[in-house]
Design a protein around this ligand. Structure first.
Ligand SMILES: [Zn+2]
Ligand SMILES: [Zn+2]
Length: 330
């Protein structure tokens, strides 16, 4: 079967890989669509710090069950991948925090993922989707789960002014949720890629005025760089809350610690998520998040190889979520 494979730094190709055998409790899924995100790009360049090439990427994966050795799934079920790997037995796992497991990992990063025609995995790695959910909605289940976890980190706050740093696909999802959850909250947005901004502004955000200080209650940082945290430290009001979900590159340190301390700021990190995808699915079925303003590019497997290998995501016109649609998807 055809699969997308990262063979070395910036070397991506469509290759032929053998089909996987199926054992008890496994489910075979025909893949319909795969979302790409910063993790896949970092995996391609080798900046993730976890580069075990060759690897088949793909952790935002949806498809349909074609063979099941589990009583939980039947042929024809639409499913999404739960890519989180955790041991299930340690104290963190037993307390419902698999993202704190010492063995935590993500399928499509530390193991071969779903950028291929079909994928066999144990039943606990699949999440059943509502039958009527369109593929372009379903492929957002994993990113929306990331965002839902960010909002858990935010907690029961009612900010009147929020600053969003980074307005890629996750930023646009966050913006939709802020607007529905806190309709009176003003949302400022900053992105170093100027061409991305109009898409956030179209959804009602306003451009962040550089140099403004002490004016926002909440910063949601999707960049995780020293520059973004410096901006956050200046923007936040005393007693405010900064939530970082952007993945810092290895070796990054926290700048402005003195300022953050003097302002008595709460600084929270949001990494990964739990195995509970129900809320993300509910957010999509209820229309809290809609895919129309989030998906910007639809590629074939072959186009995705070029896109990843040539850093196509750096082009400003690639403003939102890029998805791979497989031939079998209609
Ligand atoms: Zn992702
Ligand atoms: Zn564990």
């Amino acid at each position: 079967m055809r699969a997308l494979q990262i063979t070395a730094a910036n070397q991506v190709a469509v290759v032929d890989v053998p089909g996987q055998p199926i054992y008890d409790n496994d489910v075979r899924v025909r893949i319909d669509a795969i979302g790409l995100c910063g993790t896949d790009f970092a995996l391609t360049t080798g900046t993730l710090g976890l580069n075990g090439w060759p690897v088949i990427p793909g952790h935002e994966v949806v498809g349909m069950v074609t063979e099941s050795r589990s009583e939980q799934f039947h042929v024809g079920d639409p499913v999404a991948l739960d890519p989180l790997i955790s041991c299930g037995a340690c104290p963190a796992c037993r307390q419902g925090h698999p993202q704190w497991c010492a063995q935590v990992g993500v399928i499509g990063v530390v193991r071969h993922g779903g950028a291929r025609e079909e994928l066999v995995l144990a039943a606990h790695h699949w999440v059943r989707l509502p039958a009527a959910m369109p593929i372009e909605t379903a492929v957002l289940v994993e990113p929306v789960h990331v965002v839902e976890t960010v909002f858990q980190a935010v907690g029961p706050e009612f900010p009147t002014h929020a600053l969003m740093i980074g307005s890629g696909a996750l930023g646009l999802i966050i913006l939709q949720v802020i607007q529905k959850r806190w309709p009176k909250c003003m949302v400022s947005v900053h992105d170093t890629v100027a061409q991305r901004l109009p898409h956030a502004l179209k959804l009602g955000a306003i451009p962040w005025q550089l140099g403004t200080t002490d004016s926002v209650d909440l910063v949601i940082d999707g960049v995780g760089a020293e520059s973004s945290l410096t901006m956050a430290a200046q923007a936040i009001r005393p007693g405010g809350h900064i939530v970082v979900y952007g993945v810092p590159k290895p070796g990054r340190t926290i700048p402005q610690a003195d300022l953050l301390f003097r302002k008595n700021v709460r600084l929270t990190f949001s990494r990964l998520y739990t195995h509970q995808f129900d809320q993300a699915i509910a957010w999509l079925t209820s229309g809290l998040v809609t895919p129309q303003n989030i998906i910007s590019d639809r590629l074939t497997l072959e186009q995705a190889a070029t896109f990843l290998g040539e850093h196509g995501w750096n082009r400003p016109e690639r403003w939102g979520k890029t998805i791979i649609t497989m031939g079998s998807a209609s």
